[in-house]
Design a protein around this ligand. Structure first.
Ligand code: TRP
Length: 430
């Protein structure tokens, strides 16, 4: 069985090497595993929650697609697509919205944090908060459920969203009596350590300490040489522990290379020389990616065509058939089909026979078997205890032949064949 792994990427600016090492490189490596079907998409609908700058939305979407392709994603093996190219996702968002508990959404971290900020500033709870932010988890659930993803690799901050997706899926499945949705699982990779930035703090846009993944060679060199170090002179031994420079080197090097670099630290390599080595190490891995990135960015129409083609294939293969079934499930049906029998699952449940157990005035315990319409099929004699009655029922449920019916102290109210058929139906539904 192949496992479907799905990852959403919010297009926001150009990625830096922290994104590359922490997310892009491991995700692409994982997508090459056998028995995995990977779905990577640009969450452009989500990005509208954060930015209303159309140029930025368009530019970021292109940059992120080009980045993942340049980093080695194979677009014929992996599904790379754009969320907004799959209109079924927005339609599904509505079917999930109407089963989603508002109370659950109230507890979403991002929304709660925004409310808390408002309270601190003594503003109205919902000041400046859009319904888009509030509904973020529902759209995300639709992303995941539309393609039946089994696994969703996410950071810890996103686990709650996956749990919500499970909750909505479960409610829908239960309400409409069939497993329309796979229940997704979050997978967390704690092995990826956070990468330090130029100043030694975690590399992050908000600290303005990042190395852009596709910085031109000269800029990369300047940035690497601006990494903060201590003031030890050449010849003095240097600490690898806590050294941002060393950690960056390690992230790009093999174990042997890192060991040799650590030795150079102990031997008192000068910071200038150490930076030169780090720069060469990073550049040798990133130069081919940079060249591919630039080529891709020069021909946006190629990426556009790829995304359109893959999006269309996904719709035909998964999204359109699923939404057709869902529309029928919820009752959005052709009016000319109004006299249709109810959906198969509803029928199955309605006509399922049942055993009823009860106590009579004589103090004894009885049971009877009714068909789905409530017609009496068989009637038991009285038993001394509910347990005795229960055992007879259990035995009857296994009955395949007339003799089994005769062995039980029951009176048949319908033909033996009808009763046996009802028992078989119960077995199959169990
Ligand atoms: N919320 C995710 C993030 O901020 C992006 C995202 C949107 C996503 N839809 C998704 C991730 C579906 C996984 C699955 O990083």
């Amino acid at each position: 069985m192949t496992t479907r792994v799905l990852t959403g990427i919010k297009p926001s600016g150009t990625p830096h090497i922290g994104n590359y090492l922490g997310a892009i490189r491991p995700a692409i490596a994982a997508s090459r595993a056998a028995d995995t079907e990977s779905f990577f998409f640009l969450a452009d609908l989500h990005s509208l929650i954060n930015t209303q700058d159309p140029q930025r939305v368009q530019r970021s979407t292109l940059e992120i697609a080009a980045s993942w392709l340049a980093a080695g994603l194979d677009p014929e093996k992996v599904w790379l697509y754009r969320q907004s190219d799959i209109p079924e996702i927005t339609e599904l968002t509505w079917y999930l919205t109407v089963v989603a508990g508002k109370g659950l959404l109230n507890r979403a971290h991002a929304y709660k944090a925004a409310v808390d900020r408002n309270r601190e500033e003594r503003q109205d709870d919902d000041a400046g908060i859009t319904a888009g932010l509030f509904m973020y988890p529902v759209l995300m659930a639709a992303d995941i459920l539309v393609f039946g993803a089994d696994k969703v690799p996410v950071g810890r901050d996103q686990i709650q969203h996956i749990e919500m997706a499970r909750d909505f899926a479960q409610r829908f499945n239960h309400l409409y009596g069939k497993d329309y949705f796979v229940l997704p699982e979050a997978t967390i990779d704690d092995a990826v350590a956070t990468l330090p930035g130029l100043d030694g703090r975690k590399m992050s846009k908000s600290y303005d300490n990042v190395i852009p993944l596709f910085a031109p060679r000269e800029e990369l060199k300047k940035l690497v040489f601006s990494i903060v170090t201590d003031s030890r002179a050449p010849g003095e031994p240097k600490d690898t522990a806590g050294s941002a420079l060393f950690q960056l080197y390690q992230a790009f090097a093999s174990a042997e290379q890192s060991a040799a670099f650590a030795q150079a630290f102990a031997d008192g390599i000068g910071w200038g020389e150490a930076k030169q080595q780090l720069f060469e190490r990073i550049d040798s891995e990133l130069a081919p990616l940079r060249a591919r990135y630039e080529a891709l960015m020069a021909e946006p129409e190629k990426i556009e065509a790829l995304l359109c083609r893959r999006g269309q294939q996904l719709r035909e293969r998964f999204a359109i058939p699923l939404l057709k079934a869902l529309r029928h499930a919820v009752g959005l049906r052709a009016l000319s089909a109004a006299t249709d029998a109810p959906a198969a699952t509803a029928v199955d449940r309605a006509v399922l026979p049942v055993f009823k157990q009860y106590r009579e005035k004589d103090g004894r315990f009885y049971f009877k078997l009714l068909d789905g319409q409530g017609a009496l099929l068989l009637q038991s004699e009285g038993f001394d205890s509910p347990r005795d009655a229960g055992q007879r029922i259990a035995a009857l449920k296994q009955a395949e032949h007339d003799d089994a019916l005769r062995a039980a102290p029951v009176t048949l109210e319908a033909e033996a064949g009808v009763v046996l058929a009802a028992l078989r139906q119960l077995r199959e539904a169990a």
